[in-house]
Design a protein around this ligand. Structure first.
Ligand SMILES: Nc1nc2c(ncn2[C@@H]2O[C@H](COP(=O)(O)OP(=O)(O)OP(=O)(O)O)[C@@H](O)[C@H]2O)c(=O)[nH]1
Ligand SMILES: [Mg+2]
Length: 234
């Protein structure tokens, strides 16, 4: 198989919806998932480039594999659940350090998934069912679930990440452009997320090509040192 031109990796706590987001984008569907074991990838052709998109396991027991999946990544999607503040905290505490193996000019997107479960969405569905907003538990089917993580929290994390990576904010895409709220269930913003990243990854691929292959040491002419009687090297 030809080496992909670019690599995007999804990271984040278990159950935030990484597999579902990828399935929604690549297979145009939302269906039952099982918790990911290890990792898996899809290949996406974008213009004339092949981009691999890696889905990783959020479960603690697979944590050690994360930095291996991030090796050489062109972009990383840090995913949290907008209804679980701890999943945003985990991105900084547990997942950010895994990205140290990514490409030095790696892009970061921060994605709050499951917005369909938030207050407005729930209120809309209650209205459709003939219930008044705020009457959850009084004969209405869907409970009101307020969104617990605001987009500003993700923006703040994005800025922290740039500091952690010692990147200058003015050299990087703006936080507002790289923080998304999505729903794998409804498809909200899913195409926008992936396709924004693909468009940003293409110039990086071109830049890497212009720089040529990474410098390597040529060992084809290497002659090992002669051994002396004492067993050491001359
Ligand atoms: N309502 C709603 N449910 C979602 C959404 N995305 C995922 N889910 C559900 O959340 C659960 C976990 O989704 P996964 O995609 O398996 O989560 P994951 O991040 O891949 O989890 P791990 O593989 O364990 O790391 C499943 O029951 C999904 O159906 C969404 O946007 N809205
Ligand atoms: Mg998964």
């Amino acid at each position: 198989m030809k080496k992909p031109d670019g690599k995007i990796v999804l990271l984040g706590d278990m159950n935030v919806g990484k597999t579902s987001l990828l399935q929604r984008y690549m297979e145009r569907r939302f269906s039952d998932t099982v918790s990911t074991v290890g990792g898996a990838f899809y290949l996406k052709q974008w213009r004339s480039y092949n981009i691999s998109i890696w889905d990783t396991a959020g479960r603690e027991q697979f944590h050690g594999l994360g930095s291996m999946y991030c090796r050489g990544a062109t972009a990383i999607i840090l995913t949290y659940d907008v209804n679980h503040p701890q999943s945003l905290v985990e991105l900084e505490d547990r997942f950010l350090s895994l990205t140290d193996t990514a490409s030095t000019d790696c892009l970061f997107a921060i994605v709050g998934n499951k917005v369909d479960l938030r207050e407005n969405g729930a209120a809309e569905s209650q209205e459709k069912e003939g219930c008044s907003p705020g009457l959850a538990g009084a004969g209405c089917a869907s409970p009101k679930v307020p969104k617990q993580v605001q987009l500003e929290d993700a923006v703040a994390l994005y800025k922290k990440i740039l500091k952690y990576k010692m990147l200058d904010e003015k050299d990087m895409p703006a936080a507002e452009q790289m923080c998304f709220e999505t729903s794998a269930k409804s498809g909200h913003n899913v195409d926008l997320l992936f396709e924004t990243l693909f468009d940003m990854v293409v110039p990086m691929i071109l830049r890497q090509r212009a720089q040529g292959p990474p410098q390597t040491v040529d060992i084809s002419n290497y002659k090992p040192p002669k051994r002396t009687k004492s067993g050491c090297c001359a």
